[in-house]
Ligand binder design. Structure first.
Ligand code: SF4
Length: 238
């Protein structure tokens, strides 16, 4: 089904309004945290500042697939403590060693293999931002992971769409939720000022909203988005 232009304009208005509301409700989220001390916890200190930290963001983007950031962050710290936030050392390490270090992130055998491929890619690549298509060609790097790397490691203007984005905006009524990744990404990128700062903050705010209120079973009471929300749950319980 092709949406009409007026529907897209309405969605664009909703997208802009939601950003202002969530930013005012939750404030700046401080993404993406990185380790500044060997083995330390990832923390936000203004984003990645060099090649090592950009690689760490990419590693974190793989580790957080299908798990919480909390679990992924423990694995990032373990890799950092072992000096493995380094493409050359990661490529040289054995599969079992890497898998053992990242156990907390789940799917550790699969993720260890993916990290090896990612590390090889970073080792062969130059210093500049990777091409989106070349990231997507790597095993286990889908559009959400690729865009997370491009946005959070390289400040590229790539809006990250995840399951939270689909859940929240299908409840708000802006999308159906079964549109393609690129269709939803296009809606956001066409509605917002094209800056990495806004894309960075917006994705993080959506995650925060979905962790605090718009969960699988939403808690609509006092939700700052309830005046905009088309969800039956909101009307029934909000
Ligand atoms: S009102 Fe409820 S369903 Fe709507 S966005 Fe808020 S938490 Fe989600």
């Amino acid at each position: 089904m092709v949406r009409g232009e007026s529907q897209d304009r309405k969605t664009a208005d909703t997208i802009r309004e939601v950003y202002e509301i969530l930013l005012s409700e939750y404030g700046r989220q401080g993404w993406w945290p990185v380790t500044r001390r060997k083995g330390g916890e990832p923390e936000y200190l203004g984003g990645p500042r060099d090649r090592r930290e950009r690689f760490e963001v990419a590693v974190g983007a793989v580790l957080t697939q299908n798990t919480s950031w909390k679990n992924a962050a423990r694995a990032v710290s373990a890799l950092s403590a072992a000096g493995m936030i380094d493409p050359a050392r990661l490529v040289a390490a054995s599969h079992d060693e890497v898998a053992g270090l990242i156990r907390s992130s789940g799917y550790y055998n699969q993720k260890a293999r993916r990290l090896g491929i990612l590390a090889r890619y970073f080792l062969d690549a130059g210093d500049g931002p990777p091409e989106r298509e070349s990231l997507l060609a790597l095993e286990g790097i889908g559009p959400e992971t690729a865009d997370s790397i491009l946005l959070y490691a390289y400040s590229g203007t790539f809006f990250v769409v995840d399951a939270y984005t689909k859940r929240l905006f299908s409840r708000l009524g802006g999308i159906r939720g079964n549109e393609s990744y690129d269709r939803i990404r296009g809606l956001f990128e066409g509605s917002l000022e094209r800056t990495p700062e806004i894309y960075n903050e917006y994705h993080a705010l959506v995650v925060e909203q979905c962790k605090r209120r718009c969960m699988s079973v939403p808690v609509c009471i006092d939700c700052p988005l309830s005046p905009l929300c088309a969800s039956e749950t909101s009307r029934g319980e909000g």
